[in-house]
Structures are given as C-alpha cells and as structure tokens.
Design a binder for this molecule. Structure first.
Ligand code: PEP
Ligand code: MG
Length: 545
C-alpha cells in the first residue's frame, strides 16, 4: 500500500484498476528510408496498417453510442480512402519511410478538407487521430488517446487534452488521475462537470503500473495504491454515504436558519440545460458563451448566436440566466479575437479587453442576446469577463444598455477589481466572482500548470480577503455578489463564501446536491464564524476551520 497526494476534484471516492494513457507519439523522422527496404514492401505495411485501423474503428463503432457511431464510421472510411493511399504510395516511392508518408499525406488531406469548410472541415480534425493510429500500428505501440477497455477503469494520464475528453467513455471511466494540471485545469473542470472523481497534480501518478488496484479519494486528494481490506471497506462506506446525498430532495439552496442561497448552474451550451434542471438548479449563474465558438475561425453570426441563446433561455422561463459575453484568450483562445503572438497570453488582450478592441463582435453578441431575450421569458443578466476597474465596468454597462439589456454586471477575476469594488458597483448592477482566474492572478499561478497547482487554491486567505472586499461593497450598494468559479462547487468552501457575504453560488450541475446538503447544516452565524477563521488562516484549506 502507498498513498500519493494531489488536488482532489469533487468529493467522490471510488476503487478500480488503473489503465494509463499511452504516451503521445513522436513525429516520424524526415530521414529517407533505409535503402535496403523496397518501396512496395514499405507500402504493403502501410496498407495493412490502414486496413487494421479501419477495422478497429468499425468495431468500435459497433459498440458506441449513436452519435459516436457516425463519427467512427466516417473515420473508418477515411482510413481506406483511395486518394490518400495513392498519395502515401507516391511519398513512399519518393524514398520516405512509411510512417513519414502517412504523416505527410494525412496532414495534406487535412489542410485540403479544412479549406472546404462546413462538415468536411469538422471531420478534418479526426484525420489527426487516424494518422496517429496508423503510425502507432506501424510502430507496434498502443494508439495514443483514451485507452479502450471492456471493463471500467481509473484513467491515469499526464493531463487530458480537450480532444481526449470528448472521447471519454463515461460508463467506463471511474476516476481520473493526472500528474499535471491544477484544480481549475480543463481536466478538473471536465471531471467536475461529468461528476467523475479526480485527483490532479499527483506526482508519481504515471509510475503506477497498469492493472494496479487503487482507491481514488477526491475529497482527501489522495490515490491509494494496493489498498488494505480496511481501506477498501472505508471507501465503500464513504461512497454509499455520498450516493445517499444525491437522492435527497431538490429544495432551493438555503442555510439551516432558512437564509436563502440560490444554487445556479454553469453551462456552456443549450443542451446543458437539461442536466442543470435535473439537478435542481435555480437558474444559470454562468453561461460560458465562448464555448459555442471555440472551434470557429470566424466570428459567429448574429443568427447562429440568437438561435443558441433562445434555446437556452427558453429552458429557463421565469428563472435567472447570467450570460457572459465572449471570454477569449489564454486557456480559451478564439481565432477571431485572440492574438497569437503574445508572450504571456494570460496577461494579454483577453476578456473585455479583446472585446473592446473588436467592438463590432461585442455589439453583434449583445444584439443577439437582446433579441433572444425579447422572445423568451427567462430573466436575462449579462456580464463581461475580466473587468479590471470602474472604467471597464462603465463601458460595458453603457454599451449593453444601448441594446436594452437590463441587468448588466462585471466578473471579478482580476484582483484590481476587488480593491475598487465600491467604484465598480456604482456602474455594475451585480458582480460575479470567477475564482478560477481570480486565484490564478492573485497567486501568480498559471491555472493550467500542475507545478504551481498548490498555489491555485481559492481557500488562500489572500483570495478570500479579496472576495470579502467585493461582498462588502455589494452589501453597501444593495447589489448581488455571486461566485461562479470552481470554488462554489466545494461544499465546505461554499459555506465560507456565504459567510463572507456572497449571495449566490453557481457551479457545474453535478456539484449542486453536495453543496445544498452542506449549506443546510450551517446557520449564517456559523458560516460567518467559519469565514472569519478561513480569513485568518495561514495554511489555506478546510483543515484551517
Ligand atoms: C473563473 O475564472 O472563475 C470563471 C468562472 O471563468 P472561466 O473558468 O471560464 O475562466
Ligand atoms: Mg475566468
């Protein structure tokens, strides 16, 4: 038995066996093929590999869901495309290795498809995956990407790329363990959204051999390898307790003394509404509109935006929906808004700064939001990301008001906003605190970097003191101050945030039940006492309470 420590995401505890994510493949060499290897034998090997990959993809399609089936079958067909085979043949004839020929022919095919646009361009990204699979076959190593397994497993990886996360089989993935990544990395946000327990930033995780039995305890932030029978027993009891919480009635969020704390959902697309409502969300506290356009090379049209916004707002008739205008930059680059030559993108032209530089894009979005609002019955609030001060808050309030948007606020993600929160609230109708970025900037710790993951801690008294400054200013102005970063999804921290004066909490739907249960155990007096302790702590974390 040994215990590895990392940063837990969620509260879940599961046991399972480990399967590691295969290492990414190195790029095939540009050196010419060994002169002793005939072109036709080299090409035969490639043809066999292409056929084997096509068969594998077809077999996976048989077992996949309907949506995935279509994509897998299309990929299987592409692996057998005769033009592609011909191009590979030409490259092999010109003296390249089979691997290099595959690499180059697929890359050229991808560029060509991207040029066609539409459905073809969407399929282009799949070509990268097929090419890697063929090269892996030729090398006789496992295909990169999420491993396939007939039985559920604990996935261990250095980190997950967004493309990997799309292929996760949720019925098979018991937990995620990564050696890199902080508590607000993509892996962590994804795991929280899917309700999969995860421990990220675990040094030594990738040394755990495949097939090892582990207990992944997200609340404790630990991964126990080869656990004892007693540890397994305790883990099962804990899991049963958590399952019971999920079955409790979905009452509106409130403290033990009845003080209401609306529990809202973070969503990224209209289809997320269903899970949010099923979890008892009282509205949407953060609609990350940029998620709709992450793969888009051009600014979205007013029509396509209006359609998405109308779809989401319709699902929340009579309820609050807080839409954030496009938050581009750093970890969420948008091709049409983000410069690609900045040395420090997190400190570059992002969020509201990028929108001010492309005001026409902002105006199109505000109009689409206002049009969708006019056709639906939700209570639409809009907010700007990364607002640094009153000047930016005023700018956004004025421009959004031009479109008749009634409740216009600012996200608090840059520490400066806390220091001038009283000024900001002269203009903003509300503030929503994005603790992921607020923590990153307060602690100078890149939210994507595992090596500084321990600094990415919203329990840090420096972060909590900034939140208190904003909450106090909100109270003085009689305006709402919510939290919509990952901090709101940590049940213990949620209580502290309410004690600091935060009025609403927004999180991934999966976290709502745990937060609701924890809030109901504390009165406001209790929450304030816990908040005072957390503010005074030297070592951040629940242990300080
Ligand atoms: C945040 O920074 O806390 C936030 C909610 O925004 P995002 O995670 O999308 O950057
Ligand atoms: Mg943010």
């Amino acid at each position: 038995m040994s215990e590895l420590k990392g940063i837990g995401v969620g509260r879940g505890v599961v046991e399972g066996t480990v399967i590691a994510m295969p290492e990414p493949l190195s790029e095939p060499t540009t050196e010419p093929r060994d002169s002793g290897i005939e072109a036709h034998t080299e090409y035969e090997d490639v043809l066999n590999a292409l056929a084997a990959v096509s068969d594998d993809l077809n077999a996976r399609a048989e077992a996949a869901s309907e949506a995935a089936q279509e994509v897998l079958k299309a990929s299987a067909l592409m692996a057998k495309d005769p033009t592609l085979a011909k191009n590979i043949r030409d490259l092999v004839d010109a003296g390249k290795t089979g691997e290099r020929a595959v690499f180059e022919a697929f890359a050229a095919f991808r560029t060509m498809l991207e040029g066609l646009g539409g459905y073809m361009a969407e399929r282009a990204t799949d070509l990268g995956d097929i090419s890697q699979r063929v090269i892996a076959k030729l090398r006789g190593v496992p295909a990169p990407g999420v491993p396939e397994s007939d039985v559920p497993f604990v996935l261990v990886a250095i980190d997950l790329a967004p493309a990997d996360t799309a292929t996760l089989d949720l019925d098979k993935t018991l937990a995620l363990v990564t050696s890199s990544g902080g508590p607000t990395s993509h892996t962590a946000i994804l795991a929280r959204g899917l309700g999969i327990p995860a421990v990220v930033g675990v040094a030594g995780a990738t040394d755990i051999p495949d097939g090892t039995t582990v207990i992944v305890d997200a609340r404790a932030g630990s991964v126990i390898t080869d656990p004892t029978p007693e540890q397994l027993d305790a883990a099962r009891q804990q899991a049963a307790k958590l399952a019971a919480v999920a079955d409790q009635p979905q009452t509106p969020g409130a403290l033990a003394d009845g003080h209401p704390v609306p529990l809202l959902a973070n969503v990224g697309k209209p289809e997320d509404a269903e899970a949010a409502l099923a979890a008892g969300a009282e509205g949407v506290g953060l609609f990350r509109t940029e998620f709709l356009f992450l793969n888009s090379d051009t600014a979205p049209t007013a029509e396509s935006q209006k359609e998405s916004y109308t779809a989401l707002l319709s699902a929340f008739a009579g309820k609050k929906v807080v839409a954030r205008v496009l938050d581009a930059g750093a970890d969420k680059p948008l091709a049409f808004l983000t410069a690609d030559d900045e040395e420090n993108p997190a400190l570059g032209v992002r969020g509201i700064r990028a929108l001010r530089d492309h005001e026409e894009i902002l105006r199109t979005q505000l109009k689409a939001l206002a049009d969708a609002d006019a056709e639906t019955d939700a209570d639409l609030w809009v907010m700007a990301p990364m607002v640094a001060d009153a000047v930016e808050a005023k700018y956004f309030h004025e421009i959004a008001s031009e479109y008749g948007l009634k409740t216009v606020g600012a996200m608090a993600e840059v520490p400066s906003i806390a220091l001038v929160a009283d000024q900001v609230l002269e203009f903003a109708d509300f503030v929503s605190i994005g603790t992921n970025d607020l923590t990153q900037y307060t602690m100078a710790a890149d939210r994507l970097l595992g090596t500084v993951g321990s600094y990415q801690n919203p329990w840090h008294p420096a972060v909590l003191r900034l939140i208190k400054l904003i909450a106090d200013a909100g109270k003085a102005h009689g305006k709402s101050v919510g939290v919509c970063g990952e901090a709101a999804a940590d049940p213990d921290l949620a209580v502290v945030l309410v004690g600091l004066g935060v009025t609403t909490l927004s999180m991934s739907p999966r976290s709502i039940a745990d937060v609701r249960t924890e809030l109901a155990l504390h009165t406001m007096e209790d929450a304030q006492a816990l908040a005072a302790k957390a503010l005074a702590a030297y070592a951040p974390g629940v242990a300080s309470l």
